[in-house]
Design a protein around this ligand. Sequence first.
Ligand code: ATP
Length: 434
Amino acid sequence: MKKESDLMQKIVSFSKRRGFIFQSSEIYGGFGSCYDFGPLGVEMKNNIKREWWNEMVRSREDIFGLDSSILMSPKVWEASGHLTAGFADELVECNKCKKRFRKDLLEEDRCPECGGELSEPRKFNLMMKTFVGPVEEDASTTYLRAETCQGIYVNFKNVLQTMRAKLPFGIAQIGKAFRNEITPKDFIFRTREFEQMEMQWFCDSKDADKFFDYWLDQRLNWYYGLGISKKNLKIYEVPKGELAHYARKAVDILYNFPFGWKEVEGVHNRGDWDLSNHSKHSGEDLKYEGFYPYVIETSVGADRSLLAFIAEAYQEVEGGRGEKSVKEVETVLRMDKRLSPVKIAVLPLVKNKEDLVKKARQVFDLLKRDFNVQYDESGAIGRRYRRQDEIGTPFCITIDFDTLNDDTVTVRDRDTMKQERVAVDSLTKYINLI
Ligand code: ATP
């Protein structure tokens, strides 16, 4: 147990030290479990989102993209069931210190903070309320969306018609969601503001089971393809009695986080709950050829999956990896090249030789349009390699004295540490091929 929490501690401090993740409003002491993605974190999160989008939208003819607004009519949330008890956590309150806790996450019957007696559980809604317009009154109350998919359902007809779609088809979107979580925990695992990547697959009810299995499979393969090992992923079917208000079936994809097996993605059969309720509440007919399609949903947090990808990739090597022996522990982020925040580091062998620096700058300019490239000339070359290994940069390109004669550079691979001599004019091709 100690070891696991150590690893999480390391990941948290590494994430800050190397510019991946900062606490929100840090100079004011932080704010309510919100986090900011630093220069490397935003690159990595964008890479995750791009991989998801490529897989779920661009590589398919039957899934369409969408970017709906965060603020919607409050009627959406009445229809979806989020404003009623449906979207609520069961909370217990400590009679002594008055703190509230989620009942399902408590391990004991007494308050985990002060040992006090706990109240009977009560429902607490997770929607974040806000006001639209100049007056803070009931008529102007709405909510920050708690899931991105409602924007998809209310646009079902728009997409169906404008894309001339035929069942089965899907609509996908990536965007922020907000939940007033009572026990936000485990760094960016559970936060109050997060980003979801959701796809809603509309199909005939008789095909729902088949597509459920298909999408579960597709989603598992997405993780495997991006370097998550099979041993660190498993599925868990949510028992009938614990299903969310909209779900007919739910399977969680669990990742083996340093703090235990936890959900990273949910695959749900939402039946016709959403389309039929929006039809009823809006008066708009959302049937397709006379029936309400069923919805199979795949829903993953961009931030939560980023934590899984970092946890999977984070490795410490005692005494270094032998390139030049070092005393300290060396960190390597062995992540899929497509997710690495920096793709290439361009390194002149030494910084005080004008020709070398000029050439390195040229190589940097050549590559920067196609890749995220970092230029670094400070410190010994081995130290610079290690700095790049630590943030998962797959390629280090070194410009040395031979470069000035034959226009070739060395390309060093992060994982094998092998170096290959490559001509400058074929660098883009070379890197794209690997
Ligand atoms: P939990 O039981 O952990 O509260 P949930 O079952 O309510 O989660 P869903 O509504 O299925 O979660 O959300 C789909 C996905 O959105 C989750 O698998 C997760 O990746 C992400 N997600 C949900 N809530 C949060 C949160 N508070 N912080 C970060 N990501 C979240």
